[in-house]
Design a protein around this ligand. Structure first.
Ligand code: SAH
Length: 535
């Protein structure tokens, strides 16, 4: 009979967190090899197998004994806590096999059964501290020189990894965690959240929340895993350690940071760290990159100079969020003053961005933790500030440089009451001061045109794509005192009944009636072939 080695990780310790395959494997084995405490932890699953349990330091002899028994034809379960491949028995068993010239095709069968490692089980009790790039570092210098461990801590600290320290301390080994803390403090804030989890999912489980400065004031032992957050990890509700998925997020006026609706999440425009849509890397770009590399290498050889490392510290020490909003000189006024532009340039600085858009506003993006300071400065200069995203935006004409001023109070009232309101999808309201409608008001989601002292209303324009069409004229000659009420009613209906991400023209078509106005199809009469990128 051919033997088999079952190398099993049984997870943190509770039966609920052992995989089904690990349970089966324990049951189908003839004998179980493992450290005493581990055998005790799984005692409820043992059904008469021979037990070979030894002390902690006898791992090599355990692995040798297991291989020997499998070669003698037995099914041998070698057990590790957590995952057998993380500071566990699997590497050791393979080393013994390699030593003997074992080959998969001819030697004893080996099956490695994965388990939940301490980094995962402990993280689950702390909230979501791992989340981003993380590493495990064992502080045990039994088998690894301390100098190397130190180097790894240093590197992980520098590169802003979340770190899970295994084997942080034992009766005799007490200095390592003190040294580790020292190294980390050279790169991370003393306030960096730290979680100390002892005996996760076992009887004497304990979870302590601390920080880099105070972590050593708490009990740390053989059964503790220490999880140190990265520069962005934050503490929430007193006991949740949360590491954001990325380093930067956008927010806009009147909204709280990090408050994105589900359909806005993981889009590159909102969360720049989200994975971009897959784009094939063009070979040309790669070739260019390597040509540049070669050129630089050649230059370095010729001049004897190495390329200089950028001096800038690339790890942000605080949460850096990007504030995004629109600025314009006013609703009616289309002219910037030089002073306004100077102030804008100063506020945006070298690293911010100003984008010229077709929506009567310059879109501004800048990194700041003090949004009020920025917005106050711009408002003081007479700028109109507009939130970004799925909000109502009014695009008014310039009323012939203010000469046709009769309807201006109405557009101002609309801006006051509806401008910037959050909606299922961005909505542009075009407002034009005479029948020429030369600012294209009737092309927008909602169009309003002032004519002969009264207003004409247009609904459901589709400004983009090959099937673009103007808005549908739904009413002529609205009395001025009725206008704001009628428009507000329409907006409220859209706000309440529109699906997330549904543009106003689609909504109008779906519900067929808005504000008492019936929908009529304004789409082009000839059928257009569907385009691959939409309509
Ligand atoms: N193979 C195991 C790790 C063994 S090294 C795994 O994948 O989890 C032993 C170290 O693991 C301990 O010093 C402790 O840091 C960590 N550890 C293992 N089980 C743990 C548990 N239940 N709770 C907290 N830490 C644990």
């Amino acid at each position: 009979m051919k033997g088999k080695l079952l190398i099993i990780g049984f997870g943190p310790g509770s039966y609920d967190h052992i995989t089904e395959r690990a349970k089966q494997a324990i049951q189908e084995s003839d004998c179980i090899v493992g450290y005493k405490t581990y055998v005790e932890l799984i005692s409820g699953l043992i059904t008469g197998q021979k037990i070979i349990s030894t002390g902690m330091s006898e791992e090599v002899s355990r692995a040798q004994a297991a291989v020997k028994m499998a070669e003698d034809g037995q099914k041998v379960a070698v057990i590790s806590s957590g995952d057998a491949g993380v500071y566990g028995m699997s590497g050791l068993v393979y080393e013994v096999l390699v030593e003997k010239g074992w080959k998969e095709a001819t030697g004893v069968e080996v099956e490695v059964i994965p388990g939940i490692s301490a980094i995962n089980s402990c993280a689950s009790l702390l909230g979501a501290p791992v989340m981003h790039d993380a590493c495990t570092i064992s502080l045990s210098d039994h088998l690894t020189p301390w100098k190397l461990i130190e180097k790894r801590i240093e590197a992980a600290a520098q590169a802003d990894f979340v770190i899970a320290f295994y084997n942080p301390k034992s009766g005799r080994r007490t200095r390592q965690i003190v040294e580790a803390q020292k190294i980390l403090l050279q790169h991370r804030s003393p306030e960096t959240p730290v979680g100390l989890v002892k005996s996760a999912y076992r009887d004497r489980e304990s979870v302590v929340i601390s920080n880099l400065r105070d972590m050593l004031d708490h009990d740390i032992g053989m059964l503790t895993t220490v999880i140190v957050g990265n520069s962005q990890t934050f503490l929430y509700d007193e006991n949740k350690l949360i590491t954001p998925r990325g380093y930067q997020r956008k927010y806009t006026l009147n909204t709280e940071k990090q408050r994105l609706r589900p359909h806005e999440r993981l889009r590159k425009e909102n969360e720049p760290w989200a994975l971009p849509d897959e784009e094939p890397v063009s070979e040309k770009v790669e070739a260019q990159a390597s040509a540049l590399q070669l050129a630089n290498e050649a230059l370095a050889l010729a001049t004897g100079k190495q390329e200089e490392e950028p001096a800038e510290d690339i790890i942000p020490s605080r949460v850096e969020s990007i504030l995004e909003f629109g600025v314009s000189p006013g609703l009616v006024n289309k002219k910037f003053t030089s002073k306004q532009l100077l102030t804008l340039a100063e506020v945006v600085g070298e690293h911010g961005e100003m984008e010229y858009t077709p929506h009567h506003q310059i879109k501004v993006q800048l990194s700041t933790d003090e949004p009020d300071l920025v917005t106050e400065k711009l408002k003081a200069e007479g700028f109109l500030l507009l939130p970004a995203g799925d909000v109502l935006q009014i695009k008014a004409c310039d009323f012939c440089d203010g000469e046709k001023y009769d309807s201006i109070p109405y557009v101002e009232q609309l801006q006051e009451e509806l401008g910037g309101r959050a909606l299922p999808k961005e909505l542009k309201l075009g407002f034009n001061g005479c029948g020429m409608a030369c600012y294209g008001g009737v092309q927008e989601d909602i169009g309003i045109v002032f004519r002969k002292g009264k207003f004409d209303l247009f609904l459901g324009g589709k400004p983009l794509s090959r099937t673009a069409h103007s808005a549908q004229p739904v009413m002529e000659g609205i009395e001025p005192d009725q206008l704001v009420g009628i428009v507000t009613g329409i907006i409220q209906e859209y706000e309440e009944k529109g699906h997330p991400n549904e543009r106003f023209f689609k909504f109008f078509k779906r519900v067929q009636e808005v504000g008492g106005f019936k929908h009529k199809d304004m789409a082009p009469v000839i059928q257009l072939e569907p385009a691959p990128c939409g309509d």
